[in-house]
Design a protein around this ligand. Structure first.
Ligand code: GDP
Ligand code: MG
Length: 370
């Protein structure tokens, strides 16, 4: 059985390591990690950012810092330590022992948020698969032996160590889950065939950029969850919309984030097939973020990884109502991206330029044969 971490009201510290070259990136990541932890209910007391030359293998951070952390944890009654870095099973074990506190890493936090947010049974299965794979990579941690005690599936084979039994059981569960998901995949494919004659559009982008807000505006129905949280929507929603006489299928997909766990990308591949099959992608970008160019690259890389059949992409720079130095940013964008006619600046909140977006969608898809 998977071990779940309880974050609620737990006094928490965050720890990130930096090397010379990635300082800015780590600062952004820890800012995101803070907001992820809060979303799960943790009370973040302090962030520790530790400069390191190279990663010491046993505990990830050096002896001096460990001592500082230990006393901070003791004095402040800290119950949970979240690392921005991905931890190996032995690092996890050593850190928990030394720090006398529960320790988790960024990947675990993201998986926990996804698991909390998933609504459909399919999304739940996808996340469970990712969690199993993650647990497999973290053995002997994160997996309890309840099944074994119940005398069920998990009896230990002859000459098998506990960790081997766990590994075998986890693999079994993964196989079973994959089989179930294949069945659902098949059903979804059939459903999709029925909708083949409609033009398909997907909203893609980093998390919290306004995808669901735009979905609501275009579909005129308050269906998607809009929240100022990372990953408020992890299920794909599909709605029919109409612009002029043309009908479309619009899907709102899960948002991306820096260092999205590979286990998640893997198990979300079939959800992301909405993206693969789309005739047009609307890439939404939060222009208020300083790192928005990096976010664009990051999303583009994931799009490459999952594959897509279309080259039709509209870049929608959202939240212009809240953007400082909008003019400077706009000219940077215009200089950087050649395909200027497929770029829009909007505010979904104030409904600025939504009409333009609709016109653009209509114009770009006009020639797609149906
Ligand atoms: P998603 O994660 O990409 O689906 O983003 P959401 O649609 O859930 O929006 C994330 C947050 O950004 C919410 O608090 C929205 O109200 C806010 N938001 C969306 N569009 C705009 C906008 O144009 N301007 C401002 N200021 N906030 C916006
Ligand atoms: Mg959303």
């Amino acid at each position: 059985m998977l071990v779940t971490t309880d974050y609620t009201e737990k006094k928490t510290v965050l720890i990130a390591t930096v090397i010379k070259t990635n300082h800015q990136k780590v600062l952004e990541e820890i800012y995101e990690l803070n907001s992820l932890a809060k979303t799960l209910g943790a009370i973040v007391i302090k962030e520790f950012i530790q400069k390191i030359k190279q990663k010491p293998p046993k505990t990830l951070i050096g002896k001096g810092k460990i001592e500082e952390l230990k006393s901070f944890i003791l004095v402040n009654n800290i119950k949970l330590v979240i690392f921005n870095d991905n931890l190996s099973p032995s690092q996890l074990k050593n850190l928990e022992k030394t720090l006398t506190s529960e320790v988790v890493d960024r990947t675990k936090v993201i998986l926990d948020i996804f698991s909390k947010r998933a609504k459909t049974s399919y999304a739940k299965a996808q996340i469970k698969l990712a969690q199993y794979k993650y647990a497999l990579s973290k053995l002997p941690k994160l997996w309890t032996h309840l099944e074994k005690q119940r005398g069920g599936i998990g009896f230990r084979g002859p000459g098998e160590s506990e960790i081997e039994t766990d590994r075998r059981n986890l693999r079994k569960s993964i196989k079973k889950l994959k089989k179930n998901m294949k069945l659902i995949d098949k059903q979804m494919k059939t459903q999709r065939k029925h909708r083949k004659n409609l033009i398909r559009i997907s909203l893609v982008g980093y998390t919290n950029v306004g995808k669901s807000t735009i979905m609501n505006l275009l579909s005129k129905a308050k269906v998607a969850t809009v929240e100022n949280h990372l990953f408020s929507t992890v299920d794909t929603t599909v709605r029919k919309i109409q612009i002029k006489k043309q009908r479309f299928l619009l899907s709102d997909t899960v948002g991306f984030i820096n260092n999205l766990p590979t286990q998640l990308i893997d198990s979300f591949k079939s959800t992301l097939s909405e993206i693969q099959d789309s005739d047009l992608l609307i890439h939404v970008i939060d222009i208020t973020k300083n790192s928005f160019i990096k976010h664009i690259k990051y999303v583009e890389n994931i799009l490459l990884e999952i594959g897509r059949k279309t080259n039709l992409i509209i870049k929608v720079f959202n939240k212009i109502d809240r953007c400082r130095e909008l003019n400077t940013k706009q000219s940077i964008i215009k200089k950087k991206y050649q395909d200027i006619k497929n770029i829009l600046f909007i505010s979904a909140l104030q409904k600025t330029s939504i009409k333009l977006l609709k016109q653009k969608i209509y114009a770009l898809t006009k020639r797609i044969p149906r």
